[in-house]
Design a protein around this ligand. Structure first.
Ligand SMILES: O=C(O)[C@@H](O)[C@@H](O)[C@H](O)C(=O)CO
Length: 488
């Protein structure tokens, strides 16, 4: 009998060498320049999934498809490992990418330094999407192309970050996000933080008890409750309970409303709750009451981002007393283990190098690290090195826009401490990316910068793709290693 073996695919050697190259059910797929290439026998179903041009290569067909939304969706449908999925309680890290070209560098970092850390390559807050003018679909698709291009084969998540409204949830769910970080901070009453007992009574009396599906009397039964938290116990004093109710009850209600909306959609998803962007720290008693109340309302969540003590400012290391933070983290981690379990989520997690060993140890790996702006700053580092003219313009614009653009961010940079672009030589420019004040000015003015300079910046990054990827990988080595060490 003659052999029935299928003819070998005539794959060009440079395609086989590309990190994206893979064989899937008798078809070869890889990224050829900016386009997806699919090489297969003529009747292969993969050829009909994508929109593109088909040419004959001997007895085979070669399809070249543009990086468009419909082709990204088809790629995810063909290669299920590229589909975002709920990641559960595994150690995880978010790699927000404001430009849409950082994922290959993130993949390199995750492959080299992130053993046991599940990546979330598509992660963007509504604030960032608004400022960059990107849609949830563009964010998700850019991450899909980037993960494919760099040859990522493991599980991945997609985080619709800082969700505040049902309309936001709808847009992100339609795009295929699977992790929803609900941010109820607009409903947190920070004035309860230092309020005297009499004010707390009044605030609690005014809460919408009917909507909260409980009564004040039932809520007050938390007073005196003793929580066994493994290595410690926490007794909820009446005043702490009232303060927690006054400060967070409306926020809890908002989370429950958004959670129920997601649940009603019937698709798999997971929830994170973030109250990190508030003015005052979340005490352990407040954390406990929030978790108990969420649970009472039927909410299920995989991560919580309390507002920890000290300052977690964008783009720089932690500011505050590390001993105090260590004790704070230990208490929050004990609560997360006992009242969930769920992960502690470290927002504004970029560049918090002194915090990583502390939170990794406190949580034993039940932790999510969330980063975003630092990858934009690494892009600007490349620009500072190879395109000084463009970088100067971005810095000048950043200095002009800082006062307005910093609003809604918790940062303490002083513009007076940031040099004007034309006072620096070309060689001095990259050093601004190691200066805390300059980092924060550049970090929060990304929307203005991209409005005006997105195209030239993307051209620089395309021309220096290897430098950007290598810079990201080296930078994220320092972010991921402490977590990989504790990941179960
Ligand atoms: O800048 C933003 O809007 C977001 O990237 C962040 O707030 C995000 O949640 C984060 O904490 C990234 O470090």
């Amino acid at each position: 009998m003659p052999s029935q073996l299928p003819e070998p695919l005539p794959v060009p050697p440079e395609a086989r060498a590309h990190p994206s190259f893979r064989l899937h059910e008798g078809a070869a797929l890889w990224l050829a320049g900016a386009r997806l290439a699919v090489l297969a026998p003529p009747e292969h179903p993969a050829l009909t999934r994508f929109r593109g041009e088909v040419q004959h290569v001997g007895d085979h067909r070669l399809l070249r498809a543009e990086r468009r939304a419909e082709n990204a969706a088809a790629l995810r449908a063909l290669l299920p490992d590229l589909q975002p999925r709920p990641l559960g309680l595994v150690t995880s890290a978010g790699f927000g990418d404001r430009l849409g070209v950082a994922t290959p560098g993130h993949v390199r970092a995750a492959q080299r330094y992130g053993a046991g850390v599940a990546p979330v390559f598509a992660q963007q807050s509504i604030r960032e999407m608004t400022r960059t003018g990107r849609t949830p679909q563009e964010v998700l698709d850019d991450a899909t192309w980037g993960a494919f291009a760099a040859g990522w084969r493991g599980a991945l998540g997609a985080d619709a970050d800082h969700q505040k409204t049902v309309a936001d949830l709808e847009r992100c769910a339609a795009a295929g996000f699977t992790l929803f970080t609900v941010d109820p901070s607009d409903h947190v009453d920070d004035s309860a933080h230092g309020a005297p007992a009499s004010d707390l009574e009044a605030k609690v009396a005014a809460l919408p008890w009917r909507e909260l599906e409980t009564t004040r009397a039932d809520f007050e039964r938390y007073a005196g409750r003793r929580l066994e938290l493994g290595d410690r116990e926490l007794v909820l004093a009446r005043e702490a309970v009232l303060r927690a109710g006054a400060k967070y009850a409306r926020a809890v209600l908002h989370v429950a409303t958004l959670y129920r909306h997601l649940e009603g959609k019937g698709a798999p998803f997971e929830l994170e709750v973030s109250v990190d962007e508030t003015a005052t720290p979340t005490s352990h008693a407040e954390h406990a009451v929030v978790a108990l109340e969420l649970r009472r309302l039927g909410v299920r969540w995989v991560g919580l981002a309390p507002r920890f003590v000290g300052r977690f400012e964008k783009g720089v290391d932690y500011r505050g007393d590390l001993g105090e933070l260590k004790a704070d983290l230990a208490g929050h981690a004990a609560l997360a283990r006992s009242l969930g379990p769920y992960k502690l989520s470290l927002h504004s997690g970029s560049d918090k190098f002194s915090v990583y060993p502390l939170i990794a140890e406190a949580t034993g790996g039940m932790v999510h690290l969330k980063t975003a702006g630092t990858s934009y700053l690494e892009a600007l580092r490349v620009a500072a090195q190879v395109a000084p003219g463009l970088f100067r313009e971005i810095l000048t614009l950043g200095r002009e826009r800082f006062a307005v653009d910093k609003q809604s961010y918790h940062i303490s940079a002083a513009l007076a401490r940031v040099s004007e672009a034309d006072t620096l030589t070309d060689d001095e420019l990259p050093r601004l990316l190691d200066d805390d004040d300059a980092r924060q000015v550049l970090h929060v003015t990304f929307g203005s910068a991209l409005d005006r300079y997105r195209a030239p910046l993307l051209r620089v990054l395309e021309a220096h793709d290897e430098a950007y990827q290598a810079g990201l990988a080296a930078h994220f080595a320092k972010h991921l290693t402490p977590f990989a060490e504790v990941a179960p």
